[in-house]
Design a protein around this ligand. Structure first.
Ligand code: AGP
Length: 628
């Protein structure tokens, strides 16, 4: 997760920004930088790859002093971690700098558009298109355009014009040497927050509250499509269309740990809403959106060895196990490799028949789950190639396997796993593509269609989240259905594991009994359960088994059962047939589980909140089960 910090006041801006960036280190990053407006009115930029300490050392060697600055910790999405790709990025004349959190999905198109107008690029990042776009509009449309009047309004107008061209979630901060009296910040979609901090004759900016706690506890939160203009005496907030907005200044009394929740009441909700950004980070550095080629260097699996693999066995627990069930479809479909999935706690005792031509793949957010580690030990002892899809870098699973694919989802604090689940699914798609490319089992057209939707995935996730936030649908659903004692979750094919995961989410944080079932199994027993006291959650996107799912839904309805169905938002016909429709956008079938799980995460969350339960720390559960 990238981090943004800004300061305008009378103190040493470099020191204030550095302290703020240090407080954001928990978000994970791979490079850092800052820009300071010095006493001559020059923008001094200092950037460094690696840990923040390296930037501190660089500043000791080459100080940069002033009272206005913006800083950034970067989690690479486009362009490897390096000094040249670290933020801030500057306009061609060096008079304007920008830092960004999020992803510019249409950056290739914007880059070409700017290059056609004479702009050159000094980095591989998507962010650089933003600073050049602002420069373009600020100068009246070109490198040497006539230029607007250069007044403060011109800068705000130019920023609005530039941001209106961006697709995908973004949070940006802008500093111009032509306007030393102000800082601008804006938020598009769910690219992580933008928080304005209020001081006395000094103002602050940050992605998250922890960065500000050392300076102020009076904050304002920007919402989607809003811009803040900060001066030493305060901040004004407008929509991107320029309309003034009244955002309350709230007093933050949280302790630093609680503050990491930012504007969210629970870590779980924050992590649900981070999924657009975390998926962008999961994809970063691994998928060339142009060629579709996947690189997984940390897996340490050569294409030759990938070709020799005869089987993959996925071992995991809980939510990670359900990700593995999706993974079986993905690996068999994309790489044509026989794939088995087993509970790690079962696998470790069943004396598995495996050998060196097999991969045993663990999926584990924490990398510390004792059953999963034991299964890996068993696999390694029997000569298999062991790998882990893991979120915590440096965890035991990460260290003990021959190779790893890191989720890059950022810290997951809520006990109920959400963004790690969707990150696992994306990593499994990347693994399927990687193995498929090595084994040449991928049709060109299939690969192209899949890669195209992978590039759109962060934005599609953002659409689900924005619709959820705008409609308030899930809080209402929880009010209407949170009182039932039992639920059935039904899905088929790729959606069956999602049904299992959705049921687990409800169980583990609301303590309501819920069972995920393959929809085709209904007539073999479970349908006896259906009546008005047993609502059914059905996953019914338009995929290869859609008609079957519709038939299952009709069977439930015919027996008086209520149906809450996840449907494609254009599917008005099915939406009219069920009691509640939970809409998701269309996407490649192999990616739809990433979208269809979000309504189930939100439903479980709101039911638990409605029942007054401790969402982040449910009873009897631990974030990582490190004992048997
Ligand atoms: C999921 O919401 C639960 N917290 C639990 O099932 C979890 O997925 C399981 O314990 C596995 O954890 P891991 O991914 O860290 O190995």
């Amino acid at each position: 997760m990238c981090g943004i910090v800004g300061y305008i006041g009378y103190r040493d801006a470099t020191a204030v920004v550095l302290e703020g960036l240090q407080r954001l280190e928990y978000r994970g990053y791979d490079s850092a930088g800052l820009a300071v407006l010095d006493s001559t009115g020059t923008l001094q930029i200092r950037r460094e790859a690696g840990r923040l300490q390296r930037l501190v050392r660089l500043l000791e060697q080459a100080p940069a002093r002033g009272t206005v600055a913006i800083g950034h910790t970067r989690w690479a999405t486009h362009g490897p971690p390096s000094r040249r790709n670290a933020h801030p990025h500057a306009s061609p004349d060096g008079r304007l700098v920008v830092v960004q959190n999020g992803i510019v999905e249409n950056f290739a198109e914007l880059r070409a558009w700017l290059q056609a107008r004479g702009y050159t690029f000094a980095s591989d990042t998507d962010t650089e298109v933003i600073v050049h776009l602002i420069h373009y509009y600020f100068h009246g449309g070109g490198l040497n355009g006539g230029g607007l009047d250069g007044g403060g309004e011109a800068l705000e107008t130019a920023v609005r014009a530039a941001l209106s061209r961006l697709q995908g979630p973004s949070a940006v901060a802008v500093l111009s040497r032509d306007h030393p009296d102000r800082l601008l910040a804006a938020r598009l979609g769910h690219a992580g927050g933008v928080v304005v901090g209020w001081g006395e004759e000094e103002m602050y900016l940050a992605s998250d509250i922890p960065a500000l706690l050392g300076c102020t506890r009076r904050v304002q939160f920007l919402e989607n499509r809003q811009m803040a203009i900060l001066t030493r005496n305060g901040a004004s907030i407008r929509t991107l269309e320029g309309r003034p907005v009244d955002r309350p200044v709230v007093q933050v009394n949280w302790d630093p740990a609680a503050a990491e929740k930012g504007e969210y009441p629970h870590f779980m909700l924050k992590e649900i809403f981070e999924q657009g950004q975390s998926i962008a980070a999961t994809l970063a550095q691994r998928l060339d959106f142009g060629s579709g080629l996947v690189e997984l260097p940390s897996l340490h699996l050569s294409p030759e060895r990938a070709r020799r693999l005869r089987k993959v066995t996925i071992v995991a627990c809980g939510t990670s196990y359900y990700a593995g069930l999706v993974g079986r479809h993905l690996l068999e479909r994309l790489a044509r490799i026989p794939t088995e999935v087993d509970y790690a706690s079962e696998y470790r005792y069943r004396e598995p028949l495996i050998g060196p031509e097999e991969m045993v793949l663990a999926i584990t957010q924490s990398g510390e789950t004792v059953d999963t580690l034991a299964a890996l030990e068993e696999a390694r002892a029997r000569g298999a190639f062991t790998a882990a899809i893991v979120n915590v870098v440096g965890s035991q699973a990460d260290r003990m396997c021959h190779g790893a694919i890191h989720m890059h989802a950022g810290p997951e604090i809520g006990v109920a796993s959400t963004k790690a689940f969707t990150a696992s699914l994306v990593d499994l798609v990347l693994l399927g593509l990687y193995l498929g490319q090595a084994r040449q089992t991928l049709a060109e057209s299939e690969q192209a269609a899949l890669v195209q939707d992978l590039a759109r995935l962060p934005g599609l996730v953002g659409e689900v989240l924005e619709e959820a936030q705008a409609s308030g649908r899930y809080a209402e659903l929880a009010r209407d259905y949170g009182g039932f004692a039992n639920f059935l979750y039904l899905g088929r094919g790729l959606q069956y594991p999602v049904a299992r995961e959705g049921a687990l989410k409800l169980k583990e944080i609301s303590y309501i009994h819920a069972e995920g079932y393959p929809a085709g199994e209904m007539k073999h027993g479970p349908i006896a359960l259906i009546d008005g006291h047993m609502p059914t959650v059905a996953l019914a996107p338009r995929d290869g088994v859609y008609e079957k799912m519709v038939s299952q839904i009709e069977q439930v309805k015919a027996r008086g059962g209520a149906v809450l169905a996840v449907v494609h938002h254009q599917d008005r016909q099915l939406a009219a047939r069920v009691d509640r429709a939970l809409p998701i956008p269309q996407a490649h079938p192999l990616l739809t589980p990433v979208l269809s799980v979000i309504p189930l995460q939100l439903f479980a969350y709101h039911v638990a909140v409605g029942r007054g339960l401790d969402v982040d720390r449910p009873r009897n559960l631990a974030k990582s089960v490190t004992v048997e």
